[in-house]
Design a protein around this ligand. Structure first.
Ligand code: BJ8
Length: 426
């Protein structure tokens, strides 16, 4: 940290002792996991800096934005349209949920048999260690899986800042109409909160910023197809995680700077792994900061992760919004067109996700797929079997992993992952 932020954290009502302990843990975990990697691109220095200031400078920036009258909108799902938030001069941030914190507080209000992501959010919230939540004006939830639906009811009773919108579970024309109505209502709610009015020009401005961010991430994803891989999977994941926290315009510039460097590496044949190293595509549940357990095991075992079919990855970021609408009705249609393309496992049927996994595997030259499921996440764990069956049927080695945020299963996971990578080598 570049300075002492304790007064700021105190003003946000954080539990200072618990928060200090969290940052101590995060700092050393980050150094061991990321900084210790060999042969990293120099441009990753920016992302290291962002992580070192993720509870410091970035929060200071959010508070400065609030002082200027902007609203901070905290979100939990890639279905929340950042385009609308930016159009109404808001700032969108993700919520802390990637680690188990104060599980006893979370489990006092939630069942133990719930996915770690939701329990993680409650632990950070009830333990008062998430400055993003503390700095937010609205918390946006969405009715996706059953766990989240019920979690928002419980959190809604604790916080007046909660806004929930509904999501369809099929991709029919009726579903389009439902999502369109929900986005229209969300826009009105944002107008109320910000005191601003949504206009076509503002929509175009917001869409242009988000499209540029997604195009930069798509460029980065394409470069990871090279052999030797120019970037580790851990660093690729990290960039996608930071996409939820950083200022989008600055982030886009820095992703392009990283891509420029990766292009030079590719031209020079420089990589983070040897040419011909086993290449793995990860597919499944989102991995929020600091959920780095499985990618670390994969890359320490000698493989390189070349893509993430995940909401913290390509599923969440691919496709842009058509920003050419000249009416607000057209703008809403364009948003629905783009967002209904996200292949979340809460949808049925969800064949397009399987197709996308196959497309990514081919595009990034992956030798195998690791399906990542968080414990008790019914939608993704239920899809894991059919995904594995289809991929193995096509001759693609596939490993199904089900885990949580704890370290107890690391030994067992390591054994399975090493055996999988041996299979890929073969
Ligand atoms: S669009 S994947 S971000 S809902 S891991 S909470 S599904 S039980 S996170 Fe998601 Fe939006 Fe879908 Fe993407 Fe439930 Fe599963 Fe937990 Fe999950």
């Amino acid at each position: 940290m570049s300075k002492d932020y304790h007064p700021m954290w105190e003003s946000l009502g954080l539990d200072l002792d618990a928060h200090d302990a969290l940052l101590d843990f995060l700092g050393s975990y980050y150094a061991d996991t990321f900084v210790a990697q060999p042969n990293r691109p120099a441009a990753m220095g920016y992302f290291d800096f962002v992580m070192s200031e993720v509870h410091g400078l970035r929060i200071e920036e959010l508070l400065a934005a609030k002082a200027e009258g902007r609203k901070v909108i905290a979100t939990f799902c890639t279905y929340v349209p950042e385009e609308l938030i930016l159009a109404l001069d808001g700032v969108m941030v993700g919520l802390c949920a990637g680690a188990s914190f104060a599980p006893e507080l979370a489990e006092a209000v939630l069942p133990r048999t719930l996915c770690p992501l939701i329990k993680g959010f409650f632990g950070f919230a009830l333990g008062r260690v998430c400055p993003y939540l503390a700095a937010s004006d609205l918390v946006v939830g969405e009715n996706t899986c059953d766990g989240k639906k019920k979690a928002w009811e419980i959190y809604g009773d604790m916080s007046e800042r909660m806004v929930v919108f509904d999501l369809p579970q099929t991709k029919s024309s009726a579903s389009r109409a439902l999502l369109r109505g929900e986005y229209a209502a969300f826009a009105r709610r944002l107008e109320e909160a910000t005191g601003k009015t949504l206009t076509v020009a503002a929509f175009r401005r917001g869409a242009a910023i988000v499209n540029a961010k997604r195009e930069a991430l798509a460029r980065l994803a394409r470069l990871r197809a090279a052999d030797p891989a120019p970037l580790s999977g851990l660093d690729g994941l990290l960039v996608n995680q930071i996409a939820f926290y950083d200022d989008p315009v600055r982030f886009t510039t820095q992703v392009h700077a990283l891509c420029d460097e990766l292009e030079q590496r590719i031209a020079a044949g420089v990589g983070v792994a040897r040419r011909g190293a086993p290449r793995v595509l990860v597919s499944g549940c989102p991995m929020a900061v600091p959920n780095w357990k499985v990618p670390t095991l994969v890359e320490r075992a000698g493989a390189v992760i070349v893509g993430e079919e995940s909401c913290v990855g390509e599923r969440g970021q691919r496709n842009t919004v058509d920003a050419s609408a000249d009416t607000l009705d057209g703008a809403l249609d364009a948003l629905v067109d783009r967002y209904l393309g996200i292949d979340c496992a809460i949808f049925t049927p969800n064949r397009s996700r399987l197709d996308h996994i196959g497309e990514m595997r081919a595009a990034y030259n992956a030798h195998g797929v690791l399906h990542y499921g968080l414990q008790f996440c019914q939608p993704y764990l239920m899809e894991a079997g059919p995904v594995e069956k289809a991929l193995e049927g096509d001759g693609v080695p596939t490993l199904r992993v089900e885990t949580d945020y704890g370290q107890e299963d690391v030994g067992q996971l390591q054994t399975r992952i090493e055996a999988f990578i041996e299979r890929l080598e073969g």
